[in-house]
Design a protein around this ligand. Structure first.
Ligand code: TRP
Ligand code: ZN
Ligand code: CA
Length: 439
C-alpha cells in the first residue's frame, strides 16, 4: 500500500480541500508510471556487436554441452554461470535462485543494480533455457542477450536511476514458465508490491521478424511504441499466445507488464511483409523449437532494434522524475447500484483551470458481489465518455478497486465529472463506495 495522501494538497492552483473525511484511497496503481514524469535521461545506443557476441557465447555453450541449454542439462547451468560472471564483473549484486522441476535442479539469475528507489523496482527479464532439441538462440538467447547487454550498458554509463533496476534470467520457461513462477511466488508480498513494472523479452530476433509490443501496462506499451515511432517502424500488438511467456507469472501477481516479440511459428501475412519486409506466407521463425535455432537463425536488424528499445525503456522509465501529483477530488457518498441499472456519481472540479491531463487518474472503489456485471465509464464535464472497464460474464470476483489512467487532455478540467456505472446482468448488485480524480 502506498502512503496515505495528505488531506490538503498544495498545488499551483492553490490549496484544494479534499472532500473525504476518512481517506479510503484505493490506489493499487495500475500503471508503472505513477505520475506525469519529466527529465528522463536519454538511452545510449546498444552495440549490436556486443549483443551478437553474447549469442555466439550461448551457441558455443550449447555446442560444448550436447547441443542444447535446456532445463536440467549442463548447457543451462553453464549459461547461468556465464551471464552471472559478466554481471558480477560489471558491479551487479547477483543471486542464483534454485528450484526443482521434473526432479532436476533449475536456476534463475537475479541481478540488482545498486541504487534507485527500493520501493520502485523496474525489472527486465528473459528466459535463458532452450528446448532440448537445439541451442535456442532466437528462443531465447536473443532476449537473454538483449537484457544482458542493456544491464552492462547501465554499468558502463554508471547510471544513477531514480527507480531501482533489476534484471532476471529465468529457468524452465519452456516447461511452463516454471522459473519465473517460482521467483514471483516465493517473493514476499511486500517485495512483490515494490515491482513497479516487469518487461519481458522472449524471441526478439526472429529471422523473418514482426515488431510486436505487448498490450498490457499502458506506460510500458507507450515507451516501446514511442521508440518504434521514432524509427518510423510500425508495430502491432502481440497476439501470438498471450500468457505464453514469463510476463504471465508477473501479470498474475498483479504486477504491470510489457514486452517485445518478433514472432514464433505463426506465418507472416502479406500485409505484414509489406510493412516490415521479409517473406509473406512463411513463419516469423521457421526454426522455432527446432535444431536449426542457431546463431544463424537471427535477424540482426530486429536484434539491434529490440536491444535499443529495451535500453530506451529502462532509461526512460528508470530515470524519470515523478512530478508531485496534482490536486485531487473525491466523492465518498455511497451510490447503490441495483440490478440492470445505470447510476452516476458526480465530482465537481474547480480551481484547476486549463485542460485535464493526459494521465488523469480515476481511482474507483465499488463494492459488488460479481464485478463482471459492471461497465464503468468516466464522463467528462461535456459528457464525453471514457470507458474504464467492460463487463465480463466470467469475471465472478468481488469489487472493483482500481486506478485507471485516462488521456483526458482534450477536456476542460473544471466542471462536473461523473462516474457512470452500469450493471448489465441479473442477480448480483452493489454500490459505489467512493471514487477520486487526481489531476
Ligand atoms: N515463450 C514461447 C516459447 O518459448 C514463445 C512464444 C509464443 C511467445 N508466443 C509468444 C513469447 C508470445 C512471447 C509472446 O515457446
Ligand atoms: Zn520456446
Ligand atoms: Ca447484476
Amino acid at each position: 500500500m502506498p502512503p496515505r495522501r495528505a488531506h490538503r494538497l498544495r498545488t499551483a492552483a492553490g490549496t484544494v480541500t479534499v472532500l473525504a473525511a476518512a481517506l479510503l484511497v484505493p490506489t493499487a496503481d495500475a500503471s508503472v508510471a505513477a505520475a506525469p514524469a519529466a527529465l528522463a535521461v536519454p538511452a545510449p545506443d546498444i552495440p549490436l556487436a556486443n549483443v551478437k557476441a553474447h549469442l555466439a557465447d550461448l551457441q558455443a555453450i550449447a555446442n560444448a554441452n550436447g547441443g542444447n541449454r535446456a532445463h536440467g542439462k549442463p548447457g543451462y547451468k553453464a549459461s547461468i554461470d556465464h551471464i552471472k560472471a559478466k554481471l558480477d564483473a560489471a558491479g551487479y549484486t547477483t543471486a542464483v535462485q534454485q528450484f526443482t522441476y521434473n526432479g532436476l535442479t533449475g536456476y534463475n539469475l537475479i541481478a540488482d543494480w545498486p541504487g534507485g528507489d527500493p520501493g520502485q523496482v523496474l525489472m527486465s527479464g528473459a528466459h535463458l533455457d532452450s528446448v532440448a532439441s537445439g541451442a535456442g538462440i532466437n528462443d531465447n538467447g536473443s532476449g537473454s542477450a538483449a537484457v544482458l547487454e542493456t544491464a552492462l550498458a547501465v554499468s558502463r554509463a554508471a547510471l544513477q536511476p531514480t527507480k531501482h533496476l533489476r534484471f532476471g534470467w529465468w529457468g524452465a520457461e519452456e516447461l511452463g514458465l516454471v522459473g519465473s513462477k517460482h521467483y514471483v511466488n516465493t517473493l514476499p508480498t511486500t517485495e512483490r508490491a515494490k515491482i513497479a513494472g516487469y518487461v519481458n523479452l522472449d524471441m526478439v530476433a526472429s529471422p523473418n521478424p514482426g515488431y510486436f509490443v505487448y498490450d498490457d501496462d499502458p506506460a510500458l506499451e507507450k515507451v516501446f511504441k514511442d521508440y518504434y515511432a521514432g524509427l518510423g517502424v510500425p508495430t502491432e500488438i502481440e497476439t501470438e499466445g498471450d500468457g505464453r511467456s514469463d510476463h504471465a507469472s508477473f501479470k498474475n501477481a498483479g504486477i504491470p507488464v510489457g514486452g517485445l516479440f518478433t514472432g514464433a511459428s505463426r506465418l507472416k501475412t502479406s500485409a505484414q511483409a509489406q510493412k516490415w519486409g521479409g517473406t509473406a506466407g512463411i513463419a516469423f521463425d521457421r526454426c522455432y523449437h527446432s535444431s536449426c535455432d542457431t546463431s544463424a537463425n537471427i535477424s540482426d536488424t530486429a536484434l539491434d532494434r529490440n536491444s535499443d528499445a529495451l535500453a530506451h525503456a529502462v532509461w526512460t522509465i528508470g530515470t524519470e522524475v515523478a512530478l508531485p501529483p496534482g490536486p485531487s477530488f473525491e466523492n465518498t457518498t455511497d451510490v447503490t447500484v441495483p440490478d440492470n441499472t445505470t447510476v452516476t456519481s458526480p465530482i465537481t472540479v474547480s480551481g484547476v483551470g486549463g485542460s485535464a491531463p493526459a494521465t488523469l487518474k480515476a481511482a474507483v472503489d465499488i463494492k459488488h458481489t460479481w464485478r463482471g456485471d459492471l461497465v464503468i465509464d468516466l464522463l467528462a464535464p461535456d459528457g464525453t465518455a471514457y470507458r474504464l472497464k467492460n463487463s465480463s460474464s466470467s469475471d465472478s470476483a468481488d469489487n472493483v478497486l482500481a486506478t485507471y489512467t485516462v488521456n483526458a487532455s482534450s477536456e476542460a478540467a473544471d466542471g462536473v465529472w461523473k462516474l457512470r456505472v452500469q450493471d448489465v446482468a441479473t442477480y448480483d448488485t452493489g454500490y459505489i463506495d467512493s471514487w477520486k480524480l487526481t489531476f
